[in-house]
Design a protein around this ligand. Structure first.
Ligand SMILES: Cc1cc2nc3c(=O)[nH]c(=O)nc-3n(C[C@H](O)[C@H](O)[C@H](O)COP(=O)(O)OP(=O)(O)OC[C@H]3O[C@@H](n4cnc5c(N)ncnc54)[C@H](O)[C@@H]3O)c2cc1C
Ligand code: SF4
Length: 427
């Protein structure tokens, strides 16, 4: 059987491995190890913060090694998952279809989305467990004509215990993540190699011949007939560049800023993250307990149980780039204007919820939806294969998106990765 290498085991990689295994003998190379949810007691973290030991969000790696945090020059924090399942294990489980920009260049993913909705359980059943403050917030959003919608969530809502730690990994297995697709691939015979970080793709004679990867201190080589890169919006362009494939400096990350207020007894920290969202022009608003700010931001000083946050997630301008491990990404004037417009609305909502003006604080700006550095164009719509790539090297993640979504991308990445895999099956 022909051999395929899939790099990365997140939304794109797990989907590709599951599709390809059988027609190809698939090996998944994943830089990280097994995923374990964060299990530390929050009161201990609060003590560490009080004595000044929690200052820099990059230190999250000491508490929770599966979350990778890097800082840009303008001090935004870039987040991604670095273990099996990729960033899907840190996701809040939102399942949205956001493919208008792909449709606009002639890529119709109707069939792939239909299949995904059949295979991945998605529901808004979590609504039944919303706390009174969240219900009140929903009504306030409605009163302000913000048109909120309960968020469709991937997973089995019956298993959810409202622990509020979705972004730290679900301890109950209630939240769906890409490890499920990876297991399917393994059941069909795929091999998954952890702690194997791919350095570059070996390209000669216009074809990908395999990859060079690091396993511990050892440098190894693995040959293949097909290579699919799904190392995420930060990881894939880094590998491409090291392999001599030019990318475009069009990185987007969907910056997030959370505005929070002291709202007594809100208990948002023990409720499912992002229970609903309102779509605005170029950004979304959604209730969100921002752990990154709670852990590391000195302005974030209220008791967790009395903190209610609302995130602004923007569709940012595609202006950044990745150089190896370094991410260059700054907020443009347009990005800042969206954040400011959203922040003013959040402050109004929090005030209506009962927070005093002096008790409304800003969180740490972060980004965790990277992509855009090898964008598909209308010319690629039939092949999903940008011409910069050798014929048997494919990309199956948000690196291919023409623009930022400003919205949760997992479902759209999985639909696209599925289609990309089908193109590979035709090779
Ligand atoms: C806190 C947070 C919450 C989120 N919530 C949601 C949500 O609710 N819904 C939603 O749709 N989206 C959400 N997202 C975004 C979503 O999780 C990611 O956009 C998505 O997982 C990206 O999928 P991917 O396959 O491209 O990359 P990833 O899922 O990041 O997977 C890439 C994998 O490749 C591995 N890798 C990287 N480099 C290498 C290398 N050189 N060699 C080998 N392996 C490598 C990484 O370790 C990783 O496991 C969230 C993101 C964050 C940060
Ligand atoms: S709130 Fe529910 S879905 Fe989220 S981590 Fe806890 S148990 Fe899992």
């Amino acid at each position: 059987m022909r051999k395929a290498i899939v790099v990365g085991s997140g939304a794109g990689g797990a989907t590709a491995a599951r599709e390809l295994q059988g027609k190809y003998d698939v090996t998944v190379l994943e830089a990280g190890g097994e995923f374990r949810p964060f299990s530390a007691n929050l009161s201990r973290i609060e003590i560490l913060k009080r004595i000044g030991l929690m200052r820099d969000a990059r230190e999250i790696r000491f508490l929770f090694g599966q979350m990778k945090a890097r800082k840009t020059r303008d001090r935004s924090i870039m987040i991604n998952g670095g273990a099996i399942g990729g960033t899907t294990t840190l996701a809040t489980g939102n399942a949205l279809r956001v493919d208008h920009d792909l449709k606009a260049i002639g890529i119709d993913l109707d069939a792939e989305f239909e299949e995904l909705y059949r295979e991945v359980p998605v529901s808004t059943d979590h609504m039944k467990r919303w706390y009174p403050t969240t219900r009140r917030a929903f009504s306030i959003f409605q009163d302000m004509h913000l048109n909120p919608h309960p968020m469709p969530k991937m997973g089995d809502s019956r298993k959810c215990i409202n622990c509020g730690r979705c972004v730290l990994g679900c301890p109950e297995g209630a939240k769906w993540d890409a490890r499920k697709f990876l297991k399917d691939a393994m059941r069909k015979g795929a091999t998954v190699m952890t702690e194997c970080a791919v350095e570059r793709v070996i390209i000669s004679g216009g074809k990908a011949r395999g990859v060079i990867f690091k396993e511990g201190w050892r440098t190894e080589h693995l040959g293949a007939d097909l290579v699919v890169l799904a190392a995420g919006g930060f990881g894939t362009p880094a590998i491409l560049k090291r392999s001599g494939v030019e990318c475009e400096d069009r990185l987007f990350v969907d910056h997030v800023l959370t505005i929070a207020g002291r709202v007594s007894g809100a208990r948002q920290n023990t409720e499912i993250s992002m229970p609903f969202a309102a779509q605005r022009d170029g950004y979304i608003l959604a209730p969100y307990f921002d752990y990154l700010s709670y852990f590391f931001n000195r302005r974030w000083k209220f008791r967790a149980a009395d903190t209610f946050g609302i995130m602004i997630k923007i569709a940012d301008d595609c202006t950044g780039t990745v150089h190896g491990n370094r991410i260059e990404k700054t907020l443009t004037r347009r990005d800042r204007a969206k954040l400011e417009e959203g922040a003013a609305t959040c402050a109004e909502i929090l005030w209506r919820l009962g927070a005093k003006e002096r008790d409304i604080v800003r969180g740490t700006i972060n980004g965790g939806h990277p992509g855009g550095m090898l964008p598909l164009t209308a010319e690629d719509s039939g092949t999903l294969h940008p011409s910069a790539l050798p014929e048997n090297l494919y990309v199956a993640d948000a690196t291919l998106f023409p623009n930022s979504l400003g919205n949760p991308p997992i479902f759209t990445i999985m639909a696209l990765a599925r289609r990309v895999s089908r193109m590979c099956l035709e090779l």
